[in-house]
Design a binder for this molecule. Structure first.
Ligand code: MN3
Length: 297
């Protein structure tokens, strides 16, 4: 799980904790959900914030949130940050069910922000229909089961280990993969990585140019639906490709970056020209700051 940003907040209904990969990504989501931060405390590498606007919808939109730890966190947060007077007596007994449901996270940028490389029309279907359906299906498949109170990551790993839960794995992994994919891109992206990430890529692949060639090759040669990934496996950077919904965490790998090569990702904009789509992803869309934060997280 990516943990670079920690949020605590008090809404009058309870104390909330969430995790975001970067402070930037938190603020983008907070702005969309009209959450107002009242204070920010930096503790080491974590960011701590209090907010006053109703936050349930805001937190529900973060599918990377570990719901179990979120609930556990409510018991101690008030003491840590002096909010106990309000937090005490505000358990989630009446709101737990709604908090437990996964919700479609908003895009971290406007739907037309990646044009002309990825159109708003593509996002209408890819985010608004495909990603949304995976969220709906995941909620339906875990409802009233022992997995109902588990985090998305726990659900994915449990389903990966159980051949009888292939349907759940496919939907839950696709929720995670798409949430991750949106964050791997930004308006004005592309360019080159810097710092430790650049050093790691040069060390593993020889050069950034070679990395781009290898990543593009993996994405283009994935037969049928799937994903191309940059992952960390046993401490080493590696390019992989997975079929359908398969995802690195099911293989003991940590995802740093991905490109969706299902036809629904590019067909409206590129038709059958998958290589052009992958090239545009690498040249104009990759959010290297996010990839670097995933490497640190
Ligand atoms: Mn997709």
């Amino acid at each position: 799980m990516l943990v670079g940003c920690l949020l605590w907040g008090f809404t009058g209904k309870g104390l909330y904790k969430g995790e975001w990969p970067t402070l930037e990504s938190f603020h983008i989501v907070a702005k969309k959900c009209r959450v107002t931060c009242k204070r920010t405390i930096i503790k080491g590498e974590k960011f701590v914030m209090a907010f006053t606007k109703p936050a349930e919808a805001f937190l529900n939109r973060n599918t990377m949130l570990s719901r179990r730890r979120f609930l556990a966190g409510t018991a101690v947060g008030g003491c840590l940050y002096g909010l106990s007077a309000h937090a005490a007596g505000s358990p989630f007994s009446t709101t737990t069910r709604s908090i437990m449901a996964f919700e479609l996270p908003p895009l971290p940028y406007p739907s037309d922000a990646l044009e002309p490389h990825m159109s708003a029309r593509t996002f209408t279907f890819h985010h608004g229909k495909h990603h949304a359906a995976y969220v709906t299906n995941t909620n339906a498949l875990v409802k009233d089961t022992p997995l109902a109170d588990k985090s998305l990551e726990e659900i994915i790993k449990a389903a990966a280990a159980d051949s009888g839960k292939a349907g759940l794995f496919n939907n839950a992994a696709q929720v995670w993969n798409h949430s991750f994919f949106w964050n791997c891109m930004k308006p004005g992206g592309g360019g080159t990585p810097t710092g430790a990430l650049a050093d790691g890529i040069n060390g593993a692949f020889g050069s950034f140019t070679k990395f781009k060639d290898d990543f593009k090759n993996a994405a283009v040669t994935q037969f049928g639906s799937g994903w191309a990934w940059l992952v960390v496996e046993n401490g080493a950077l590696k390019i992989t490709k997975t079929a359908n919904a398969d995802t690195p965490m099911a293989h003991g790998q940590k995802a740093l970056m991905c490109c969706d090569v299902w036809e629904h990702a590019y067909y409206l904009d590129y038709q059958n020209r998958r290589p052009d789509f992958v090239q545009a992803f690498l040249d104009h869309l990759v959010n290297w700051d996010f990839v670097a934060s995933a490497l640190k997280g």
